[in-house]
Design a protein around this ligand. Structure first.
Ligand code: HEM
Length: 161
């Protein structure tokens, strides 16, 4: 079913345009990489604050308020640019186990970020009081985002055909 969908998608006009204009894929990849830099920088600033390594002059809600919009904004850009890369080369992406591993890890990272944001709604006292939970969440978050980054790069080396 997925191979048939890839066949259909690669024959659509949008996919043909992406395939035939040589500059589209490198340009979209550049946008993807700029958004990766943004999301990783923001996540590191936030998680290092949760670990108590940096930014201790600001409270957790203040740091979250500063960096979470950049995380969600960059994820939106990643979704848009990633979707264009998929439309351009559907088989390369949708038939790759590494691609689906990356999407699963991304779903976990976004769920954790959503839970973190939800638990901030009472002024952040949850995260300020439960030090161990906060540190474990920060380490899990860093591991998840680094694994997504690695999986993104590995797609190219585990390609089918
Ligand atoms: C939001 C949904 C996302 C989608 C749909 C998506 C999709 C893609 C696709 C299709 C590729 C091309 C892979 C290839 O053919 O070699 C790619 C590359 C990549 N992605 Fe994503 N991605 C998303 C989010 C992310 C995130 C959150 C990260 C890291 C934090 C990330 C990191 C990477 C990296 C490092 C590459 C390789 C770039 C290169 O070598 O040019 N992606 N992504």
């Amino acid at each position: 079913m997925i191979p048939a969908f890839c066949d259909w998608l690669s024959n659509t006009p949008v996919s043909m345009v992406i395939q035939n204009l040589f500059w589209v894929i490198p340009t979209v990849q550049t946008v993807h990489i700029l958004a990766i830099a943004t999301v990783m920088a923001s996540v590191v600033m936030l998680d290092f604050r949760l670990l108590g390594v940096t930014g201790r002059s600001q409270s957790i809600p203040e740091v979250a308020h500063r960096f979470l919009p950049w995380v969600w904004g960059a994820v939106a850009v990643l979704l848009a640019s990633g979707s264009l890369l998929i439309i351009g080369e559907p088989g390369r992406e949708l038939l790759s186990e590494v691609f689906w591993a990356k999407m699963t890890l991304l779903a976990c990272a976004l769920t954790l970020t959503g839970i973190f944001q939800y638990a901030l709604r009472n002024g952040g006292s949850f995260w300020e009081r439960r030090r161990i939970v906060t540190r474990v969440a920060a380490v899990v978050s860093l591991l998840l985002w680094c694994s997504i980054l690695a999986a993104g790069r590995w797609i190219a080396y585990m390609a089918h055909g």
